[in-house]
Ligand binder design. Sequence first.
Ligand SMILES: Cc1cc2nc3c(=O)[nH]c(=O)nc-3n(C[C@H](O)[C@H](O)[C@H](O)COP(=O)(O)O)c2cc1C
Length: 417
Amino acid sequence: MSPSASKLAGPRFLFESLLACHSERSEESNHLIATLNSARQLPAGLMPGQPLTALAPMQDVTDLPFMRVAAHYGAPDYFFTEFFRVHGQSRPEKHILRSLVENKTGRPVFAQLIGEHVSDMVRTVKELLKYPIAGIDLNMGCPAPKIYKKNVGGGLLRDPAKIDGLLGAIRDAVPGLFTVKMRIGFDSTENYERILSLINKHSVDLLSVHGRTVKEGYRSDVHYDHIAIAARTVRCPVLANGNITSADKAAAVLAETGAAGVMVGRHAIRNPWIFRQCRERLVVERADPSALLGAANAVRSPRSTLSPAVFHPTLADVREYITRLYRETQTPDIPEKAHVAKMKKYLNFVGQSVDPEGKFLHEMRRAMTEAELFAVCDAHLLTEPARLFATEPYPGIIARPNCETPVETCSLDTVTA
Ligand SMILES: Cc1cc2nc3c(=O)[nH]c(=O)nc-3n(C[C@H](O)[C@H](O)[C@H](O)COP(=O)(O)O)c2cc1C
């Protein structure tokens, strides 16, 4: 069993290995296995034994409608909610609770929290434990100045002593799975290894690492070497996050980092088939690595030649995705103009793979009504419906406001690619 596979098996694997030394299991030991299973075992992925996939938490994006859409095209193994804000007067936000209570995707959902005060966090954890959650996730990465200046999200990374207290208190309050999502530092990586040792100290069950510092925002290359350090250092499985643009890129990052899985954010908005493609890609790789020769080059090319075993959407498929997203995100109270504006934020990402000149993006941004928006979609997606949607974003085609824009909040208004 590979190191990441044994981490995935978790405490149950270790305990069963010990039991294997004895000829028969007592009732007591069976009971202990059952308890470990239910309390601290990560939920199985859709393809047990394969690397995990997760949809990254994204404010204004990973709500119930988007989770439904993602599940339709091939669900990730795990979902994470947008963050619940925790402070003295906070109550879990109703619209985020919907993504737990009304979720029929069949996939586990981790509830993410952002906050700093132990008593408020513990109170909120206890409230959320009443809901159907897979576990509690702590946000230690949000790079928005409005957030980190309050010493929450990415701001916590400046203060390992505070992290120590917070992780300890949340660990004590969570009988089941406790997960953390973090960046590799605030303005440098000087605290990184110390924080990783706190992840071990407090028996965190799953760690997602976005391989950039808070100050790097979304601009820099992703430091996959630092994700590899986490995968080597912590006892729990690690999800590699940051610029996972395709199934080929996922495979390359898994090989480089030794992570147990990948977490995908913006490129799942662009390409909701990405989780299915990852599963298909990784199964093929395991069965016949030669079938995927050249994949490393393919990562650099928008027109990469994927194995036939991997689903590859056409422009007509993308047109259908846009209709589905429009329908799912429509509510009786949202005026048409506001709904079109919201759709344009998603389409900013989709447009990165429609045409190499960015004409779709240019025209889509000018649409004001539903009819105008879909007319642009039809012109660009149904003229050559069988043409393949580019696997990678076209070079130089940037969603706007672009990644040089200062990040004011973790939301679609400012964070793009
Ligand atoms: C619109 C948007 C909202 C985000 N909101 C959150 C959030 O609520 N919690 C969080 O931990 N990260 C949040 N992030 C960061 C993502 O989870 C992820 O770490 C980041 O986008 C890098 O991954 P990617 O390159 O796959 O997009 C957000 C990112 C975006 C683009």
